[in-house]
Design a protein around this ligand. Structure first.
Ligand SMILES: Nc1ncnc2c1ncn2[C@@H]1O[C@H](COP(=O)(O)OP(=O)(O)OP(=O)(O)O)[C@@H](O)[C@H]1O
Ligand SMILES: [Mg+2]
Length: 365
């Protein structure tokens, strides 16, 4: 019997729970040509939601998801865009080779098939700026017969490639497009306060902002109990409550805890769920250790410990500042900003729940 729970990679189909309301809304927005910015705290299920929506679009639209994180340079991003798009639109090399040249006015390209039989396009001459502009124009030039939806996942990563210049160019190209609908998704902090809701930035209010929240408790409960049952196992009510309380509706933790608890074997009670949690924390432990060691400031470490212990009751108030030796409110603010910049905390909480538990286990005297 295979483990019915999956975490760490994108899930769709039978591994995907609920999100019916979000799917309906997003599908109709995207089909009507509304650009959308989808953001959430980490691990809420953005990438999976995008893939599931795309799957359910059937042949109503050609849908392409581009993970900006997979590109390390501007040129790399251009190639990624071109190839993801042609792969979704062509399966035959002959047809691609015949038609592809029309789509590029300023660069020459060569069509090919890779070892896995997938078609692709290789720029022959490459002037970096032109290459990216041509790549960005491609969906509009190809669009027409069918609707085209292009999702840029982990969009905050464009900043890493060429800063605001890159955003400016992308916006200039995309705002002229009529046949393509864009979906941008990524980290809550970056997408909201920095890219789409900051007047100074090129993408200011480019589309509809949509926050992806937690999955409902009932839906998750049904999923967990149902999956254990289908694989001939039982999970005690108390154990389900433990998992759902810990996860706070973030599907990643539900899947991770269930996956590990299922692996232990037999029916599941809270003792096994706790063991599953320990297994998870230790499997992520070396990564957490690296993060911890990269934090050189003793003060920031102390703050993380305080946030781990207090968790939701953490607030920048005198009583806690004194309790954890955090000196003054000004010191505190500076460290909060620094940890937020590193992506470790968000809204006065440690963002990764398992990192929080790891700190409690390893760093609290
Ligand atoms: N609708 C869902 N049903 C069941 N499990 C889900 C669902 N959405 C996400 N998950 C679980 O959460 C994990 C993380 O999902 P996903 O990678 O889609 O989130 P994300 O928001 O894109 O994360 P990141 O912040 O890393 O980009 C998946 O591997 C899967 O285990
Ligand atoms: Mg993602």
């Amino acid at each position: 019997m295979e483990n019915p729970f999956v975490y760490g990679r994108i899930v769709t189909g039978k591994h995907f729970v609920d999100r019916e309301g979000e799917i309906r809304e997003l599908k109709s927005d995207l089909l009507s040509g509304q650009h959308v910015i989808l953001y959430s705290p980490r691990k809420m299920g953005k990438s999976s939601l995008i893939e599931e929506i795309f799957r359910r679009m059937g042949n109503r639209a050609v849908c392409v998801r581009i993970n900006v994180q997979n590109a390390s340079t501007k040129e790399g991003l251009a190639r990624l865009i071109i190839n993801e798009i042609v792969r979704k639109s062509y399966t035959s090399l002959e047809k691609l080779a015949r038609e592809v040249r029309e789509f590029f006015s300023r660069i020459s390209v060569r069509a090919f098939v890779d070892g896995e039989g997938r078609v692709g396009v290789e720029p022959v001459f490459r002037e970096k700026r032109e290459l990216l502009e041509e790549a960005l124009e491609l969906p509009e030039r190809m669009g027409g017969r069918r609707k085209l939806i292009v999702a840029f996942d982990e969009f905050q990563e464009v900043e890493r490639l060429d800063g605001i210049e890159m955003e400016r160019m992308m916006r200039a190209v995309m705002e002229k497009h009529r046949k393509v609908t864009y979906l941008f998704s990524g980290s809550e902090r970056h997408l909201i306060s920095l890219i789409f809701e900051n007047r100074e930035r090129p993408f200011y209010r480019f589309g509809k902002m949509m926050r992806l929240g937690p999955i409902g408790r009932e839906e998750l409960e049904e999923f967990v109990v149902g999956r254990f049952r289908e694989t001939g196992r039982k999970i005690e009510e108390e154990a389900v409550d433990f998992i759902l309380d810990f996860s706070e509706g973030v599907p990643f933790y539900v899947q991770a805890l269930c996956h590990e608890a299922w692996n232990i074997g037999g029916d599941v009670d809270t003792v096994k769920v706790r063991r599953a949690m320990e297994n998870l924390i230790s499997s992520f432990g070396s990564g957490y250790d690296l993060i911890w060691r990269s934090i050189k400031s003793e003060y920031q470490r102390r703050l993380l410990v305080a946030m781990a212990v207090e968790d939701r009751s953490f607030a920048p108030k005198m009583e806690l500042i004194e309790k954890y030796g955090l000196k003054t409110a000004a010191h505190l603010k500076k460290a909060v900003d620094a940890l937020q910049e590193k992506g470790l905390i968000y809204q006065n909480r440690i963002e990764d729940f398992l990192f929080r538990e790891w700190i409690k286990l390893n760093k609290v005297a």
